[in-house]
Design a protein around this ligand. Sequence first.
Ligand SMILES: NC(=O)c1ccc[n+]([C@@H]2O[C@H](COP(=O)([O-])OP(=O)(O)OC[C@H]3O[C@@H](n4cnc5c(N)ncnc54)[C@H](OP(=O)(O)O)[C@@H]3O)[C@@H](O)[C@H]2O)c1
Length: 253
Amino acid sequence: MNKKTIWITGGSTGIGKALAIKFANKGWNVAISARREELLNEICNQYENISAFKLDVTDKSKCVDVFNEIKSKYENIDICFFSTGTWNPKKEKDIDVDQMEEVFNVNFFGTVNSIKAVEQYFKDKKNGIITIVSSIAGYRGLPNSTGYGPSKSALNNLAESLYFDFKRSNVRVCLVSPGFIKTPMTDKNNFKMPFLKTPEYAADQIYDGLVNKNIFEIHFPKALTVTLKLLSFLPSKIYFKLVGRLTKYQKNS
Ligand SMILES: NC(=O)c1ccc[n+]([C@@H]2O[C@H](COP(=O)([O-])OP(=O)(O)OC[C@H]3O[C@@H](n4cnc5c(N)ncnc54)[C@H](OP(=O)(O)O)[C@@H]3O)[C@@H](O)[C@H]2O)c1
């Protein structure tokens, strides 16, 4: 088998699903993982080069088992794209420790479990790409984001740390920071999302960044991400004032 192969977690809906279809249409073998097998199978039924590997990323040993299954099916894995994530806006206003633990278990430790499962394979192979999907919410603290933002900030730091580590083995670690993309995750938001884009737009940006460029961070849409990056360089006092105003955040809301 000569084709290149990508493993996508969070492949049942949203950005992961759109990216799976993008890579499949470009002729790649695509392995998709998520918990909802019926959604994975619906996608596989439409694309002969996409295969489903059911996985809950909070289960460490299952991450290893699933990666072994993917390796035995495809032999050579070129890109891993770890995009599982969870966000519940209703529970992000308070310090709800159970909720924060759940968010970290999926967004942060779920990604760590996935990376750990592929670590030795890529270090031995000495090429390939490990992709961590973060968010603009990880750049700096935002109102009403007690679990999600911190979990994404932790991923940003992890990605930079792993960049050095994997570079020694010629493996590229890549960070993806999407702005607002219309998916089941953001359908829960009850505020107007600036520069909202489709999952297909996200998939085009990510495909281009992974396949055609050699960059660390793939971020989009630039009109939003560059503005937020500039804001993130500001001293806290000015940052709080500006972001408070921009998000119309009221102290007691
Ligand atoms: N949409 C945006 O505006 C936006 C912006 C910035 C960053 N992001 C990030 O992009 C990634 C994809 O988000 P999305 O917008 O495409 O949301 P989504 O459509 O809700 O996709 C989330 C995916 O994660 C999977 N998942 C959740 N918990 C899991 C678990 N324990 N084990 C395995 N899979 C799990 C879901 O599948 P199952 O439920 O079937 O398991 C689903 O495939 C997330 O990391 C998100 O934080 C999204």
